[in-house]
Design a protein around this ligand. Structure first.
Ligand code: CMC
Length: 465
C-alpha cells in the first residue's frame, strides 16, 4: 500500500485509568482458568480511528512488555495488520520468556545458562511439561518413562523402504513423524491429561530414534535399537554411529550432544512452534501437528540456518574472502545474508550462542582439532561482523545456529542432518506448547488479511474473454 493511500489511527496508552468492566472480567476469567500470574495493568489504551474511540484493555505479563488486547476491534469494523507478527502476541503462555534486548532466555523462570550448566536435556523436558523441576524420584520416573517409549514399531522400519536414500532428512522426518499418527490416533483422547502427557513422552522418546533411523537409512546401514542403559544424548549417538558392541561414545561428545538438544528445547512462539499451535488448534492429531512444525523449521531463516552456516563457510572458502562476503551481506541488491547472524527477538548476543561457543571449544579440544579451519573462519567472520557498522546498527549478533553446525560436523553428523538435530531438540518445546494450548479452552487460530485483490466483478464466459 502506498504512503498517500494510508490513513492513520491514533493510539493512546495509559490515558484511561479504568478499563472497561467486561474486559476485566474476561481477563480475570482467562487468568484464573490458566492459573497465570499475569495481572491487569492499571492502564488501558484508547484507539482513535475514523472518528470512533475504542478503549482496549492492557495486560501486564509476569515479565516483559505490556500487551494491548485488540480482540474487540473487529466489532468496530477493524482488523489489526502486522505481517510477520512483529508486534503481535498470538497467545498466552507460561513456558518460556525471552528478553531480546538483554539476551535473556528463561524456561519456566530458570535462565538457560544455569540449565545448560547444572541440568540436562531430559530434566529440562520435565520442566517444560510440568512447570517445576523434578525431585530425584520424579526425575528417575520421567527418565524411565521416556526410555520405555524410545523404540518405534517394526512397521516403521518397513516404511523407510519407500523413501529414497538421498531424500533430504527433514522431508523424511516430516513423513515419519506424521506417520506416527497412524499408530496413535483412534485411542488418543486429547481431553485426557494422561493421554496428553503420554503423547509428550512418546514424542520426546521416539524423535531421536527416528532421527537416527533417518540417517542410517540414507547411509544404507542397518538400524540400531535404542539402549535403555544409556543416557539420552549418548543413546542417540549410539543409534547413529554404533558399528557393534564395542562402540563407545566419548563422555565429552555425549555431554555436548545432550547440551545441543537442551539449548534448542524451546524458544516461545517462533515460526515452528506457532505452526504446531496453529495446526493443533484445529483439533488435528498431535503427531501430525508436530510434523507441521518440522516442515516450518526446515527453512534457512529458521532451523535450516545451522546447515546454511556450514554451507556458507564452505562457500567463503578461506579467510581472505570474508570481507567480500561481508560486503555482499550489506548490499541491498544482493540476497546473501550471513547465516547464523541476526534474530527477530534477540537484539543482543543470543545467550544460547554463548553456551554453544563454549561447547564448541570443548568438543574440538576433545577431538584434538581445536585449530579446525572452519572454526577459525567462523571466529574471524564473527569478529569482523561484530565490528562492522552495518551489523552494529542493526544489532545483528550470532544466534544459536552459528556454532552448533561446527560442533555437529566435528561429532561426525553430516550437514543435511543438522536441522533434524534441531527438530529433535525442539520437540519438547513444541509438544509442551501444544499441551498447554489444548489443556484449556482454546480457539482455532484464524488470522484475517488486508485484501488487495480485485473488487467485485462479473464472471466473463470463456468465449467473451
Ligand atoms: N546478514 C545480513 N543482514 C541481515 C541479517 C544477516 N544474517 N539478518 C538481518 N539482516 C539485516 C536485514 O537486511 C535488514 O536490513 P535493513 O534494515 O537495511 O533492511 C535488517 O537486518 C533487519 O532484518 P529483517 O530481515 O527485517 O529481520 P527479521 O527479524 O525479519 O529476520 C532473521 C530475522 C533471523 C530471519 C534474519 O536475521 C536472518 O535471515 N538471519 C540469517 C538466518 C538465520 O541465522 N536464522 C536463524 C535464526 S535463530 C534460530 C531459530 O530460532 O530458528
Amino acid at each position: 500500500m502506498k504512503e498517500d493511500e494510508k490513513s492513520y489511527a491514533r493510539l493512546y496508552v495509559d490515558k484511561i485509568k479504568a478499563p472497561p468492566i467486561r474486559s476485566i472480567a474476561r481477563f480475570l476469567q482467562q487468568g484464573s482458568k490458566k492459573g497465570t500470574a499475569a495481572s491487569m495493568a492499571d492502564k488501558a489504551a484508547r484507539l482513535s480511528v475514523g472518528g470512533v474511540e475504542v478503549d482496549l484493555p492492557v495486560y501486564s505479563p509476569t515479565e516483559g512488555q505490556d500487551v494491548i488486547d485488540v480482540g474487540k476491534l473487529t466489532a468496530e469494523g477493524y482488523f489489526t495488520y502486522d505481517p510477520g507478527f512483529v508486534s503481535t502476541a498470538s497467545c498466552e503462555s507460561a513456558i518460556t520468556y525471552i528478553d531480546g534486548d538483554n539476551g535473556v532466555l528463561l524456561h519456566r523462570g530458570y535462565p538457560i545458562e544455569q540449565l545448560a550448566e547444572q541440568s540436562d536435556h531430559l530434566e529440562l523436558c520435565y520442566l517444560l511439561l510440568n512447570d517445576a523441576l523434578p525431585n530425584a524420584q520424579e526425575k528417575e520416573a520421567f527418565v524411565s518413562a521416556i526410555k520405555a517409549e524410545a523404540a518405534v514399531d517394526k512397521r516403521y522400519q518397513h516404511a523407510y523402504v519407500s523413501i529414497a536414500r538421498d531424500a533430504h532428512p527433514m522431508g523424511t522426518m516430516c513423513s515419519m513423524t506424521a506417520s506416527l499418527s497412524a499408530h496413535y490416533h483412534a485411542d488418543l483422547d486429547v481431553d485426557s491429561e494422561e493421554d496428553r502427557m503420554l503423547t509428550s513422552h512418546r514424542l520426546i522418546a521416539k524423535m531421536p530414534t527416528l532421527a537416527a533411523m533417518t540417517y542410517r537409512h540414507s547411509q544404507e546401514l542397518p538400524f540400531v535399537a535404542p539402549r535403555p542403559d544409556l543416557p539420552y544424548g549418548e543413546n542417540f549417538l549410539n543409534m547413529m554411529f554404533s558399528t557393534g558392541d564395542d562402540y563407545e561414545v566419548s563422555p565429552v561428545l555425549a555431554r555436548a550432544m545432550d547440551r545441543i538438544f537442551l539449548l534448542h528445547a524451546d524458544h516461545e512462539q517462533n515460526a515452528s512452534t506457532s505452526t504446531v499451535r496453529l495446526a493443533g488448534s484445529t483439533g488435528a492429531n498431535p503427531y501430525a501437528s508436530i510434523a507441521a512444525g518440522i516442515a516450518a523449521l526446515w527453512g534457512p531463516a529458521h532451523g535450516g540456518a545451522n546447515e546454511a552456516v556450514l554451507n556458507m563457510l564452505a562457500e567463503i572458502g578461506e579467510p581472505g574472502n570474508i570481507d567480500q562476503y561481508v560486503n555482499r551481506a550489506k548490499d541491498k541488491d544482493d540476497s546473501f545474508r550471513i547465516m547464523g547472524f541476526g534474530h527477530r527477538v534477540y537484539k543482543n548476543y543470543d545467550p544460547r550462542a554463548k553456551v554453544m561457543q563454549e561447547t564448541c571449544h570443548e568438543v574440538l579440544n576433545e577431538l584434538g582439532v581445536d585449530n579446525d579451519p572452519t572454526l577459525q573462519m567462523a571466529q574471524r567472520l564473527e569478529t569482523i561482523a561484530l565490528e562492522d557498522e552495518f551489523f552494529v546498527e542493526r544489532r545483528l549478533y550470532p544466534n544459536v545456529d552459528f556454532y552448533s553446525g561446527i560442533i555437529l560436523k566435528a561429532i561426525g553428523i553430516p550437514t543435511e542432518m543438522f536441522t533434524v538435530i534441531f527438530a529433535t531438540g525442539r520437540t519438547p518445546g513444541w509438544i509442551a506448547h501444544w499441551k498447554e494450548m489444548v489443556s484449556v479452552p482454546y480457539k482455532i487460530g484464524r488470522p484475517r488479511q488486508l485484501y488487495t485483490g480485485s473488487g467485485f466483478r462479473d464472471f466473463v464466459p470463456i468465449h467473451e474473454r
